[in-house]
Design a protein around this ligand. Sequence first.
Ligand SMILES: [Zn+2]
Length: 247
Amino acid sequence: MVAVPGTNFDTSHATDETAIDLFVTSPGRLALVDLQQLKQGLSAPTAHTQFEQNLLPKIDLAIVRQQDIDSVYHQAQQGNIWSKARIIVYNENNVQSMLHETPLAQASAGHTGLRYANRVAGNVDAQVIHDSLGDAEVGVLSELYDFITGTGVLQKIPRRLYIILSGSMGPCLGCQGRIAAFIDDLNALANSIHARIPLTFEVNYTTATNPLNRTQYGYDGDKEVVVGPQAMPDYVYWSKTFEKILG
Ligand SMILES: [Zn+2]
């Protein structure tokens, strides 16, 4: 029996299960410290209900999502534009592994030689691609690709691959094309080994320094997420999720 911080819910009450699941899986709904406290409570070596066992990987996902968007947000308060990513895989029985976390990255002229500098899917203006060759996402996407191919992530046929890309600015049109190219590349890799692997690719961004130029940075149809109490939010971010069956 574990109380959910900031609520009247308890994980041992069957009637609370739907609400608790919604709180944990709705981004921004529970503060990072509350998620960590909930995880701590459920990590005690006592008998767990099936609901509690199923909840733990969802809490872990919510924690890394919140840690990453916190870290790019707070880093950007000191200046510059920051990006980072995580690779999470789910195997049989929904067991989850945090496979890789990229370091905080920023824009660099040195990105122009990397895989995703010029690799862009869709109809993106050449000038836009040229102007964004050094963007932070170029480095992060290239590192993700190198990790996935270098360690054979897809060859192990995970039940689900989950990637979270977090940025203090939303992707520009060039980087939106790069993200699409990255997903295409994973699809081709899965095809080449005759595997079918569901991918969730989540893009979260605070765009704190550019609140007015929402057409150039970030996605149409993205979702606003309030972090912290609704009455007095810590900050807001925007979120767009792509789902694709690779292969
Ligand atoms: Zn960009």
